[in-house]
Design a protein around this ligand. Structure first.
Ligand SMILES: Cc1ncc(COP(=O)(O)O)c(C=O)c1O
Length: 399
């Protein structure tokens, strides 16, 4: 009675964590660093748009987006990535209810579930955001999770995959800044990925939802690579949202931009199955995409927390300043514990809830997942709470 493909999905990381901590009581007032949910205050202008008595809550949302929303997103992309005028035409942008929904639904657009013979492959980082895996498995494709370890700057080396794998691949999902490691794909890396994908007729999907939370310099994006390679958007899609940029994850406001033919195909699917982004939310979103000052303030709050982490950790636990995103990706090797054992101890003895890196692997049963000796800590709480959590972490270090 239930789609058997659902059975192939491993439990979501937070379920895996809950099972791991089941029956273990926290040894101190809990601080939850496991979920990457922004806790900074969202910009006040959201409330104004949503409570306006003339807000059009009665209207069904236009699938393609209102003209004002499209213009705001295209303007933001042009401003942020120094794109030439009209490189992103209105038909190259479409609203999505956050990037998760977009990434998941794109599986239905980009994977040919009717293909005969060997099922298509979807290339993705390991570890990564598990909806990539969900989109793959639910559409009958086979995931190829490419390790993202320290040796390759925590980004997968897709270019080193065998020709036979590349030839069978339909989609390549790249994430920069990466969740969980916060490392970036540089401008050259994006150009190489665009060339690689185009050479093998693979659609390149760039998950850039952490693009505005960065440390020193704005992370390069895939659209800059398209610009550098002549301006064509062929075979390239980028997903982004206001969830992290504006601490507005509850607004469920994101977009997909890129190859107009693929955006049109996505639009056709969305007309059947998507909730659509309500008009008042499109209006609030347009205002947020047009404003960069609240984003700078938001970013500075994360930078101060990374400063606090650096001051306390130095080089302990393999600390490095994540160039993007708001996670620490810490190494438990020196603790002689794997991430799961360390996560249980941190909860039991110190009330810290952290995510063991292995829970973000597509194949949790693999012998040595790249995140096995890692913990992901989301620096989402206020400064004082994060400092308290870091102090507890230092106290937890063995020896
Ligand atoms: C890598 C990555 N992609 C996508 C998302 C989804 O974000 P949203 O749907 O809120 O845009 C998240 C959320 O945590 C994420 O970490």
């Amino acid at each position: 009675m239930i789609n058997p493909r659902l059975g192939a999905l491993p439990p979501y990381p937070f379920r895996r964590l809950a099972a791991l901590l089941d029956g273990v009581n926290p040894g101190a007032p809990p601080i939850d660093l496991s979920i990457g949910e922004p806790r900074h205050a969202p910009p006040p202008q959201i409330a104004r748009f949503l409570s306006d008595p003339s807000a059009r809550w009665n209207a069904y949302p236009p699938v393609a987006g209102t003209p004002a929303w499209k213009e705001a997103v295209a303007d933001w992309l042009a401003r942020r990535y120094a794109l030439p005028h009209r490189m992103i035409p209105p038909q190259a942008v479409i609203p999505a209810s956050g990037t998760r929904e977009a990434l998941f639904m794109l599986g239905q657009v980009l994977i040919d579930a009717t293909a005969t013979g060997a099922p298509p492959l979807v290339l993705m980082p390991d570890p990564s955001y598990l909806p990539y895996l969900g989109a793959t498995l639910m559409n009958g494709a086979v995931p190829v999770a490419v390790p993202a370890r320290a040796e390759t700057n925590f980004q997968p080396d897709f270019g080193s995959l065998p020709e036979a794998v590349l030839a069978r691949a339909s989609v390549l999902i790249a994430c920069s800044p990466a969740n969980p490691q916060g490392t970036l794909i540089d401008a050259d890396g994006w150009r190489r990925l665009v060339r690689l994908a185009r050479a093998h007729d693979i659609v390149l999907v760039a998950d850039e939802c952490y693009s505005e939370i960065y440390d020193r310099a704005p992370p390069p994006g895939v659209l800059e690579a398209c610009r550098d390679l002549g301006g064509s958007l062929d075979g390239v899609l980028v997903c982004n949202s206001l969830s992290k940029r504006s601490s507005a994850a509850g607004l469920r406001s994101g977009f997909v931009a890129g190859d107009p033919a693929l955006v049109e195909a996505f639009s056709r699917l969305r007309a059947y199955g998507a909730a659509g982004m309500p008009v008042p939310i499109q209006e609030a979103s347009a205002a947020l995409w047009a404003d960069d000052s609240h984003v700078a303030e938001n970013r500075a709050l994360y930078q101060a927390k990374i400063d606090a982490a650096q001051a306390r950790l130095g080089t302990r636990m393999g600390f490095y300043r994540p160039p993007g995103g708001f996670f620490l990706w810490l190494d438990t090797t020196g603790w002689e514990e794997d991430g799961e054992t360390a996560a249980v101890r941190l909860w039991r003895d110190h009330g810290l809830k952290v995510l063991p890196g292995a829970t973000m692997s597509a194949d949790p049963a693999q012998a040595d997942p790249p995140g096995r000796h890692r913990l992901r800590l989301a620096l989402v709480h206020n400064q004082a709470t994060i400092e308290q959590a870091l102090d507890r972490l230092i106290a937890a270090a063995p020896g």
